[in-house]
Structures are given as C-alpha cells and as structure tokens.
Design a protein around this ligand. Sequence first.
Ligand SMILES: Nc1nc2c(ncn2[C@@H]2O[C@H](COP(=O)(O)OP(=O)(O)O)[C@@H](O)[C@H]2O)c(=O)[nH]1
Ligand SMILES: [Mg+2]
Length: 331
Amino acid sequence: MPANLPPNYYELEREFKREKNPQEKLRLARELLALMPKHKGTEKLQADLKAKIARLRRQTEGKERRHGARTAETFDHIDREGAAQVIFIGPPNSGKSSLLDSLTNASPLIGDYPYTTREPLTGMMDFETIQIQLIDTPPISEEVLESFVLNLIRQADLAVLVVDVSTPGLDNRLKVVRDRLEEKRIRLVPKVLEELKEPIFIYKKTIIAAHKFLDENGDVGLAWLREQYPDFTIAPTSILDDEVMAAFRATIFRALEIIRIYTKPVGKEPDFTDPIILPMGGTVEDAGLTLHKDFVRRLQYAKVWGKGKFEGQRVKNNFVLSDGDIVEFHI
Ligand SMILES: Nc1nc2c(ncn2[C@@H]2O[C@H](COP(=O)(O)OP(=O)(O)O)[C@@H](O)[C@H]2O)c(=O)[nH]1
Ligand SMILES: [Mg+2]
C-alpha cells in the first residue's frame, strides 16, 4: 500500500534531517507525525517516527527537568481529543477567548487589553452526541506571532478566524493575519483542496467568525465581510445571544465535514453515546476499520438504518454512509 504522503511532508523531513538541536528535532518529529496520513500504508513510517520521538524525548527530558522551566516546545502539539480539533485564531481583542469560554467549560482569561492570552488553552465543545476540541490562542498582529501558534494551526482540523466586525479597520486586521501566516507558509482557504498547487504551503480550511455583529456597526462589518470573502463560510457570532451561539456550533460541525456513525449490536438497541467519526464519504468498511483491523476481513454484510431512508437495509462494504446512520455489522 503506498504511503501517499503530502508533498510538504518531504520538505519538513529534510528540515528534520538537517536539524541538530534535539529540542527542535523533537518538535519537527512531532510535526511530521501530525502531517502523516494515518492508514495502513504508513504504519511502519509511523512506528519509526514514534520511536524517534520517544528517543528524542528521553534525550531532552533530563535537560528540561534540570532547568525546571517549561519551554515553548511544550505548546507545539496538543493531542487531539474528541471528534476533531478546531483552532481559534485572529487579531488581538477580537473575542477568541470569549467564544471559547461560551462554547466550552474552559475558562480562558478575557480582558480589555490586547494580549491577555499568552498560552494555548483547550476546551471541549458539546455538539449533540459528540465533543469537539477547541483551542484558544494568543493574537496574531504586526508585533506578535508565536511560533507554536503556527504549529497548532498546521495540526488542527479546522481554523476559525475570529474578527471583530463592529470595530473600524477590519480590512487591515484581516490582511495582517493572512499576510503574517503567508510569510510562514500557511494559507487560510475556504475549502479543503484536493490538489496542492504550491506544496511548500499548508492550506488550512478556515471559517470566519464575524464576532460582535450585534454591536453597533456590526451589521456594516458583517455585510462588508460577506462581500469581500464570498467563498468563505462566515458565521455571525455574539456571546450575548444563545441562538446565535447554537447556530455557530452547528456551523463548526458542518465545516469539519465529518459524519457520526452509531453502531448497533445484532438484536439490540443502537449506542447513541460514542459514535464512530468518519470523514464525509466514509463507507461501511471505513467504519469497520476504526473498530478492528480484522473485522472487515470477516465482515459478511452490514445493515444500515438511516434518517427516513432505510430501515435495516442490507449493504455491501463499499456503501457510503451518511451522518447519523446506524450500522449493524454481521460477521
Ligand atoms: N459587545 C461584545 N463584546 C464582546 C463579545 N465577545 C467578547 N467581547 C469583549 O471583547 C473583549 C476582547 O475579548 P477576548 O475574548 O479577550 O478577545 P481575544 O483577545 O480575541 O481573546 C473583551 O472585553 C470582551 O468582554 C461580544 O460578543 N460582544
Ligand atoms: Mg484571548
């Protein structure tokens, strides 16, 4: 099975090989692992990398303890929890921390001064039957751009660019964020791209939160944003309105392009608590693979219940599932 590594993997791998500093090498190795598609064809590569990471960690750990300090390296990777990882980025004071606070049980620092958030902070957002991990980050401006923020963006499944549409200068604030990321070879794009034109870039699917749109002049900013960024999904947000926030949760889920598949033991009720998460277009076989490697080989057929479509229809392994489908595996 071919490994099918993304083109930027090789670029990063060269950087990794050249690097001498173990701390930095460890960071790059983690980044490589995050970039690597997780499937059968990369199993050996994954194992190799994990071994390298373990070795580098042992090498660097002693040093960290002696100094007793947490290095920036600590923030370069956040283990994904829940169904997906979504990173909130944007200019200072746009409302990133307030949104995270409102959507999750995390308590980020919220302040009227621009650089309140210095470290990434995560929280879990409930969405119906699943949880989605959100990351709050320090601002991106002319003056500051923490390098760990770049790494976290690279690894996230989706970016939410939070902008305050009620304050003048929106055009420039957006431009600064996008330019600074471009300098670092990250391009925020409205859709996941099938083909990478400039492989040295990372293209990160992004939606824009038009925050504080209910404030004075917010409507003007929102209209301007929709006109200027017609390809992007734009979610009007305000922490002052519960309905708006509920709609925002759904927008985040839709943007992730994932589906939830519930399993059902033969002759029993479905389990609606812990769905299998698949990318859109996922099949019965993909669902089976997440449970057990051997499973699919032994699978004879599956039955699927879908919203108003099928009532226990017998399907083949390559049957494409939809969000909310219930699957009963027969082996
Ligand atoms: N009017 C209004 N103010 C908000 C809203 N969300 C956040 N704020 C305020 O905007 C300021 C910056 O918020 P914060 O979340 O710290 O922004 P961050 O720097 O992007 O994390 C704070 O004073 C918040 O109280 C909102 O929806 N409406
Ligand atoms: Mg903040």
